[in-house]
Design a protein. Structure first.
Lengths: 143, 348
């Protein structure tokens, strides 16, 4: 191979390594994304899973957190859901859940207060989840 | 029909491609007829003029064919916000599945488009390689092969443009969404159990990572050796071997990108979806393009070595083969470097 070809190869490799590095340096937006499907997390539906001293995992919905938990199979976890009214983090095992229809599917909203959850269910024609229907069933059994 | 800027552009390019491809076929056929019969001076001039026209048409079809490939994915990405449950292009590809209306053809049309576009780009590149070799000779000894290849390219371009126009024209708005990994349709506990049994990308297929680096490393080594000993070593056996190696490397790379690289780069350990790379890690899509270009370049080198030979063009074949193989070497190296750097940067 000629000298010019070696230089071309060197340039291509430098570009191929340099562009991702440059992109990484410029792309520090800090927007939190779901650890399961990568979607941007809305503050009102954020779920956090903490597993001991490890970094917390954040999710865009209760459904994503459930699926992640089912796959990861971690044992010493604390799951925090966001109260749909106050926006405060609450323990997932202590929360009340309402399934509301959001076309074309349904969503589960979490509440710290049962009365507010029932009112929310009435307003949005949803349903307060009870027993096995409630999310994080395994976590609840452990508690 | 969903109308946005990309749909209008894709529709315009499809119509232009269809028109030019049909005109190409007509001109090529008349040229083939005249070449056999013409002896008089005026007719020789007419044949020459039509050859120029055909070359111009060929070059235009090549450019439009190449442009239409990435445009299809940009178009599909622009459709993502149209349906509330669709999260990426995969969801768009499932629109219409199981439907009873005309939109039931949409998934098959997209599958066909995703197969025909690479084929069209490969044919366009092959035509361009032969065209460049032919231009180096005075009497155009490869004209017959060029015309034949251009007719094949025009037929494929016609099919591609028709499929794309059909896809654009079929109504999609009123159709319901079928389920898939990117469509949020996972609702029942049975599906949850199925999800739970799937291992994370890093745990599955440990041989894929090894295979990817081994195959690409071997490909780079082989191309380097071929470039060093051209033209003697690029005989028929080596050409077949190079084509097979490019094909196998392509398959292993696809598997690696889907199973290992995409989940790691996207930081989504359970999400094996290459479509998500387009909006979230476009440089990895660039790496895929480099890899495809490299694979195609090996094919174009074989086309040049097989179909570019004649008494007048022998001198031009070796430099063209060398350029194609060098392009392939660059493509494999660039792809490997981008993917590896992205994966290193994605580590926590």
């Amino acid at each position: 191979m000629t000298k010019s070809r070696w230089l071309t190869l060197l340039f291509v490799v430098a570009l191929a390594v340099g562009l991702p590095l440059l992109g990484h340096a410029l792309n520090r937006t800090g927007a939190n994304t779901c650890a399961l499907d990568g979607r941007i997390i809305e503050p009102g539906s954020r779920v956090v899973i903490r597993d001991g001293g490890k970094p917390a995992h954040e999710f865009c919905s209760i459904r994503c957190a459930e699926m992640w938990l089912a796959r990861a199979g971690v044992s010493t976890t604390t799951v925090l859901v966001t109260d749909a009214i106050t926006g405060q983090e609450i323990d997932a095992t202590q929360a009340f859940y309402v399934r509301v229809p959001v076309f074309p599917r349904s969503e589960v909203h979490a509440f710290a207060d049962r009365a507010l959850a029932e009112k929310h269910a009435d307003l949005l024609r949803g349903r307060l989840l009870e027993g096995d229907e409630m999310p994080f069933a395994l976590l609840r059994q452990r508690h | 029909m969903i109308l946005n800027a990309y749909a209008v552009l894709a529709g315009f390019l499809s119509m232009l491609r269809l028109l030019l491809a049909l005109v190409s076929i007509g001109v090529a056929m008349s040229l083939l007829r005249k070449r056999r019969s013409s002896l008089e001076r005026e007719e020789v001039d007419a044949v020459e003029n039509r050859t120029y026209l055909l070359s111009f048409l060929g070059l235009t079809v090549v450019v439009i064919a190449v442009l239409s490939w990435p445009l299809l994915y940009v178009l599909l990405q622009s459709y993502v916000p149209q349906w509330p449950g669709v999260m990426c292009i995969y969801g768009v590809t499932r629109i219409g599945a199981g439907s009873l209306g005309p939109s039931r053809f949409l998934p098959s049309l997209l599958t066909a488009l995703q197969i025909i576009k690479p084929l069209m780009v490969f044919l366009a590149g092959s035509w361009l390689v032969l065209y460049c070799i032919n231009r180096s000779a005075r009497s155009g000894p490869l004209l017959g092969r060029l015309i034949a290849l251009q007719v094949v390219l025009a037929l494929v371009a016609t099919a591609d443009a028709s499929l794309e126009l059909a896809y654009l024209g079929i109504p999609k708005k009123e159709e319901f969404l079928s389920s898939g990994c990117c469509t949020e349709a996972v609702q029942n506990s049975a599906t949850l159990e199925a999800y739970a049994s799937e291992p994370a990308a890093a745990e599955s297929h440990p041989w894929v990572r090894l295979g990817y680096y081994a195959a690409n490393g071997a490909m780079i080594g082989m191309l380097y050796q071929l470039l060093r000993c051209l033209p003697a070593c690029f005989h028929a056996g080596r050409r077949v071997m190079a084509l097979l190696a490019a094909g196998v490397t392509g398959l292993i790379t696809y598997q690696f990108l889907r199973e290992v690289a995409a989940p790691e780069i996207l930081r989504l350990p359970y999400h094996r979806c290459l479509y998500d790379l387009l909006p979230n890690a476009p440089l990895t899509v660039g790496a895929m393009a480099c890899h495809l270009l490299a694979g195609f370049s090996v094919g174009w080198a074989v086309v040049a070595a097989n179909s570019g030979r004649s008494a007048e063009t022998d001198q031009a074949v070796t430099p063209t083969v060398s350029r194609c193989l060098f392009l392939a070497l660059n493509g494999y190296l660039a792809s490997l470097a981008i993917v590896t750097t992205q994966m290193v940067l994605a580590q926590p």
